[in-house]
Ligand binder design. Sequence first.
Ligand SMILES: [Mn+2]
Length: 358
Amino acid sequence: MLDDDLVLERLSPNFCKAAQLLEKAVLGGQKIVLRYDKDADGIISAIIARQSLEALASKLGKKIFIKEIDASAVFSLSEAKHEFGLDKRKFTLVLLDHGVNSDSADALDFVKKRARIIALDHHPLEWDPQPKVDALITPFIAGGHSGYCTGLLAFKLSELIAPDSIDESLAYWAMQADKSGFALDKEFEEPLAIEFFASLRRRNRLRDYEELLSDKRKVKEYFDKSVRMTNALGLQASGLSFVHEGKNSVVCEIPLEQVPSDYPPRGRVLQVAMAQFEKPGVPLVGIGYTADRLSFRANGPALKLHFDAGRIIGVLKGEFSDIESGGGHPGAASLKTRSRSMQQIRERAVELSKECFE
Ligand SMILES: [Mn+2]
């Protein structure tokens, strides 16, 4: 997979370091903790990690001790204390699809005293986490971009520790889930089915996901349910939208308050809602909002004209001091704020978006 890719080639020493550490951990009978973000990319990369580690262990004739933790995208100090405070023996922690943003610094410091840390992540880096971890695999230290999703990174690592142990499809599902440019054109049902399944129960084991993936009927059922749910909420939201039609662009404000906080992802509901205002070749920007969150999505023609949602979020952060966090890419970005100012932020977001097409 992507054998001549320059970014992956530049990351090769990091991949090797991670592979060495994992091999050492398996040989030494050390516990390995897989801590993964609970979205399709995170879950899939954890499945890849577990399967390849098991293959490695059986190749080495060793027993393996894997602990799974499904997590939110943030790794806080209190979580680190709760999860690892009682660990006396050295272990190896693999962070998948989260954990190297600066918010995680204290957690990393806490864990580093008792563990070797390997981090695979593809979220934009606003600082250098390398001193805090033992092996860092992120496209952003090698001139890459977030299209190198964690499922892809985990697959490349599996090629080192246990070649041919992993079904390539897993990596392609992850790429589709995270809208990577490396994804195949074919639309798979598995990514949505995995996310839907993840939302059903507070805690699933990786084995439960593997079981789901081996049951094509269940995959189809969950996929259909997910699509129906997202479409219904999206249509409802589009009916409540406020649409600004410019001469050569459309910007719409879409309320997402009625979307449950756990599922489906608001971004996907926003996509469905804004698609109702799509006109062929016309730049379209959707601004979804709740009381404290605002997110952007842009269509292809808008991106062609260099619309950049991440840049607009940057401008808004400069103008509104009560925006707590925010960022993203040209086509998808979001921010979180204290609710009082949302009305003004929304107005300004519309203004800045329209300006891009004048
Ligand atoms: Mn991801």
